[in-house]
Design a binder for this molecule. Structure first.
Ligand SMILES: Cc1cc2nc3c(=O)[nH]c(=O)nc-3n(C[C@H](O)[C@H](O)[C@H](O)COP(=O)(O)O)c2cc1C
Length: 371
């Protein structure tokens, strides 16, 4: 099989994995991101190709089980998004199980339990990463959810609560014992939030400790990094979050590289088309006001590292309407295309991990540190 050789000892080919009875191919996963991975964004990523599994934003089990409209809307997906995993958060085993039943009924392929969210509101309610500190509760939740549904149940965790309580291996073994079908690990502790670098050594230890599929997450921003993490750690798949906002072609590029092909390099005109397509997808889903915020967020991530990108972000941020936003976008891309900016100056996904310095642009990354 064709594959890519990163150096003499690292070689990898496109792979697939099974989560329960669900086949995931290729082994590249869109990370769950609150405020980002709604149906429009997920479909955009699917259209650009190369992704094996997508995960929704996390959804409150309180909202789902009490009939909250917003939570139910967040659960909606279209057939072209399959295979899809719906992520829930909470701490009460009964409610978690009831929410999982709702999700199964909605036709999801997989239900995922969030054990990684660091946000105070979630942690104080006993959910998210606080479950990493209360393994008896985590066990109760998982066993109850497993009994309630027949679709695969998975968990997304962090490496531990803080540096002195790294327990991802113990947690992953518990997940396996309780019948969890996969564990995804973001290589940071709860206390770290999004600071520092993701620790892929811990992810690699987890991979060696369990026989269920292990998916690694954290700081993958280029196709070569994705392939390197797969190869060095042996994880069954890599999950990409912020890198996919800045470069939604990253899954396609990684798949191509794994096949031994030259990765597609989108030019400026194509980047602009993708912004328009994202707008089209959003317009079918939400009113203009909400849509404006989402577009600003996307423009913000999308133009990091582009020459003149910060000026464009400021102008986009000051825009009041969709028309004004696209006027600015068009002005910018027209002038860039005219000047013939070479591809290597057309922005890098690594820039997506940087926060914008201009506080006025905070809206672009407002959701980023929250989960
Ligand atoms: C804006 C944003 C929202 C996130 N929301 C969620 C979430 O709802 N559930 C979850 O498990 N992780 C969430 N995460 C964490 C990501 O899934 C991922 O594990 C983390 O960002 C590290 O991967 P990356 O460096 O590829 O972004 C979120 C991350 C970001 C940046």
């Amino acid at each position: 099989m064709a594959g890519v050789v990163l150096n003499s000892s690292l070689m990898i080919s496109a792979g697939k994995l099974h989560i329960g009875n669900v086949e995931i191919s290729p082994n590249l996963v869109l990370a769950p991101m609150a405020g980002v991975t709604d149906s429009s964004f997920r479909r955009l990523i699917k259209e650009l190709d190369g992704v094996g599994l997508i995960v929704t934003e996390f959804i409150s089990v309180e909202g789902l089980t009490r009939g909250n409209l917003r939570s139910h809307r967040m659960m909606k997906f279209l057939p072209e998004e399959r295979p899809i995993s719906i992520q829930i958060f909470g701490h009460d085993p009964g409610r978690m199980a009831a929410a999982a039943e709702i999700i199964e009924e909605a036709g999801a392929d997989i239900v995922d339990i969030n054990c990684g969210c660091p946000a105070r509101k979630v942690v104080n309610g006993g959910g998210g990463s606080s479950l990493l500190k209360d393994l008896p509760q985590l066990e109760k939740v998982l066993r109850r959810v497993r009994r309630a549904v027949s679709i695969p149940v998975t968990m997304k965790i962090r490496t531990g609560w803080d540096d002195s309580t790294i327990n991802a291996v113990e947690v992953a073994r518990l997940i396996e014992d309780c019948g969890g079908c996969m564990v995804a690990i973001h290589g940071r502790t709860r206390v770290q939030g999004y600071s520092g670098r993701a620790d892929w050594n811990v992810i690699s230890e987890v991979k060696r400790a369990v026989s269920i599929p292990v998916i690694g997450s954290g700081d993958v921003t280029t196709p070569r990094e994705a392939i390197a993490r797969l190869s060095e750690t042996g994880v069954d798949a890599v999950m990409i979050g912020r890198g996919a906002i800045a470069n939604p072609w990253i899954f396609r590029q990684t798949s191509e590289l794994m096949r031994g092909d030259e990765p597609h390099e989108p030019q400026l005109a194509e980047k602009r088309r993708v912004l328009y397509r994202y707008h089209e997808l959003l317009a079918g889903e939400m009113p203009e006001r909400a849509l404006t915020g989402k577009l600003k967020q996307m423009c913000g991530y999308f133009t990091h590292g582009l020459p003149g990108g910060s000026r464009l972000r400021e102008r986009v941020f000051r825009s009041q309407t969709i028309t004004e936003i696209f006027d600015q976008v068009d002005l910018y891309f027209d002038s860039m295309i005219e000047r013939g900016v070479p591809p290597d100056l057309q922005g890098s996904a690594a820039d997506a991990l940087k926060q914008p310095r201009d506080p006025k642009c905070a809206e672009f990354t407002r959701a980023a540190p929250a989960v």
